[in-house]
Design a protein around this ligand. Structure first.
Ligand code: AMP
Length: 299
């Protein structure tokens, strides 16, 4: 099959109890594509400024990510700054400088248009919609978002939600969007708006996959140290969709397995700052962790 990922390629400044890193490479599209690249050869759509290092694009290419869809524009690359306290599930956004992303009008290169799987990672919902308008009858469309867009552009966001098959959100976002506290009720309410699957990310408590006819709970790997939680959600989605793309199936059995692969990818990225752990990661480590997940829930 074929997977297109639209998301941010960014510089992040991150502070956690383990230290501070200034302007390291991040972005929803970056994390998601790198995670998916362990299973398939994703195509990425994004925009960076002239200040973005060529070595990172080379790293993408080395991981067989198609980078034709990354536009280089004059100006500065998107910059996000976040801070985490002792609870890795709680983060404060210090600043979001959209820079070249501000008036970005994402374009799918012609050979990306027939892609069977399209993932709209966290970016402005109007930009997500532009991509949906260009895709040629994908088999599965999925989206993610953050509370910033729920607050700033709720109407645009709901319009995109109604057009996709799968929605990824964390607990807070699912509650905000559905205006329902109970997560199962909240997920069901969102299912009624169109998507066939709602994936509720619950940080260190794992993820809940709600289908129209089933519910699946994936554990999060019990990590002793969370060095930097940034990108966990994007890697979860990247592992999940990369796996589905590889097996070319969206049946319940594969969706369950995909959620466990997503959890495995998320559990690795948080072991180090930024994308560092993804750079040294191997497929055999992922398979090993996948087995450990099986053992964790076997009784
Ligand atoms: P996650 O920790 O998986 O939710 O994603 C973190 C990534 O999202 C960081 O690398 C940021 O660069 C990126 N990010 C944060 N805010 C935005 C935004 N408003 N639009 C696009 N990407 C963002």
């Amino acid at each position: 099959m074929s997977l297109v990922i639209v998301g941010s390629v960014a510089f992040d400044t991150i502070e956690t109890p383990y230290g501070r890193r200034e302007k390291i490479v991040g972005g929803s599209g970056t994390y998601c594509s790198l995670a998916a690249s362990f299973f398939t050869q994703p195509m990425i759509v994004s925009v960076v400024g002239e200040d973005f290092p060529e070595e990172v694009i080379d790293l993408f290419k080395k991981r067989k990510i198609d980078t034709k869809g990354i536009e280089v524009r004059s100006g500065k690359t998107f910059h996000w700054e976040g801070r985490y306290g002792n609870d890795p599930n709680q983060r404060t956004t210090i600043r979001t400088e959209l820079n070249v992303f501000e008036d970005f009008s994402p374009q799918l290169p012609p050979d990306y248009r027939p892609a069977e799987l399209v993932f709209l990672a966290n970016i402005d919902p109007d930009q997500q919609e532009e991509i949906l308008n260009q895709a040629k009858e994908p088999k599965l469309t999925a989206m993610d978002t953050i509370n910033l867009w729920i607050n700033l552009k709720p109407d645009s966001l709901l319009r995109v939600l109604e057009r996709v098959d799968m929605f990824f959100g964390n607990e807070e976002e699912i509650r905000m969007l559905s205006q329902e506290v109970n997560l199962v009720k909240a997920g069901r309410k969102l299912l009624e708006r169109g998507p066939s699957f709602i994936i509720i990310k619950k940080g260190e408590h794992g993820a809940l996959v709600l289908g129209k006819e089933f519910v699946f709970g994936a554990l999060a790997y019990p990590c002793e140290e969370v060095i930097d939680p940034t990108g966990a959600g994007d890697c979860f989605a990247g592992g999940f969709l990369g796996y589905l793309d590889r097996v070319n199936s969206f049946d319940e059995k594969e969706i369950r397995k995909a959620a466990v692969y997503g959890s495995a990818l998320a559990s690795f990225v948080i072991e180090d700052f930024g994308i560092d752990r993804l750079k040294s990661l191997s497929l055999s480590e992922i398979e090993e962790r996948h087995l450990e997940f099986k053992k964790l829930v076997s009784f």
